[in-house]
Ligand binder design. Structure first.
Ligand code: SAH
Length: 244
């Protein structure tokens, strides 16, 4: 009899615990769901207010900016600010670019699925994810190992298998996979690195901010045709320096 009562108590305790855990997990799941719905709304607002009201018209770019969860590319304590109209710190004195700048640079390259693109300055991995979302084959180089590790982690979590990240010096490019259909440089050198021009395909485009940090930098669009480079100044910008 005593044994039976003990068993009964045990059963009801187990049931109670099971109920508590289930309730707790449900609340947690609802919270996560609400949070991601909230981020989705912020992303829609970012696209309609910061991109469409300016000069971003490319459907592939707008779709990618609507899809890639930017908040996962910034440190957890500033995730709530991920969709504002500003660059944000990502550690090691580096930044994730303002959404508009990411969209503008991407649009300037006319990216298409299957294009082979080299990025210099992986940073958070967000720009690489936007290109990967479009369907490009992305090769991206970052000088800080810690940022490489973080970027690899988030890109693989989001299953962007079409991105290769390596730690290295962007000035020498990535000869192994050259030539590239397009090159995007997201840190500012004082002058255009020769190796990057060499690694650009004929007919390819490169977008790059040029100038030192104490002066105005110019965002340039370069086109290579029959070994001739045409240069166009698009915008005045402020990027972190491309380290030697
Ligand atoms: N594209 C990034 C933002 C990059 S900020 C994003 O989407 O988040 C510029 C990045 O360039 C920084 O992470 C910086 O560490 C890196 N960088 C600076 N000099 C470099 C160099 N010589 N080679 C490769 N990366 C460099």
């Amino acid at each position: 009899m005593a044994h039976k009562t003990k068993k009964k108590i045990f059963n009801s305790t187990t049931k109670f615990l099971f109920l508590v855990v289930t309730i707790f997990l449900s609340i947690f799941a609802i919270k996560i769901n609400l949070m991601s719905q909230n981020f989705e709304k912020l992303r829609e607002k970012m696209v309609s207010e910061q991109l469409m009201t300016r000069d971003i018209t490319s459907k592939v770019v707008l779709d990618a900016m609507l899809t890639v969860p930017r908040h996962l590319f910034v440190p957890e304590d500033i995730q709530d600010f991920a969709y504002i109209d500003r660059p944000l710190p990502i550690g090691l004195e580096q930044t994730i670019s303002q959404p508009y700048i990411v969209a503008f640079m991407t649009q300037s390259l006319d990216p298409l699925p299957g294009m082979k693109i080299l990025e210099i300055g992986t940073g958070s991995g967000y720009q690489a994810a936007i290109l990967a979302q479009i369907g490009c084959e992305v090769y991206t180089i970052e000088i800080f190992d810690e940022l490489v590790k973080n970027a690899k982690k988030v890109l693989s979590k989001l299953k962007y298998n079409n991105v290769k990240v390596k730690c290295g010096n962007g000035y020498i490019g990535w000869q192994e996979y050259a030539p590239f259909d397009a090159i995007i440089v997201t840190a500012a050198p004082d002058k255009i690195p020769e190796k990057l021009i060499e690694q650009l395909k004929d007919g390819g485009k490169m977008i790059i901010p040029v100038g030192n940090q104490n002066s105005v930098q110019s965002l340039k669009l370069l086109t290579k045709k029959d070994n001739e480079i045409t240069e166009k100044d698009l915008l005045s910008v402020l990027f972190v320096p491309m380290l030697e």
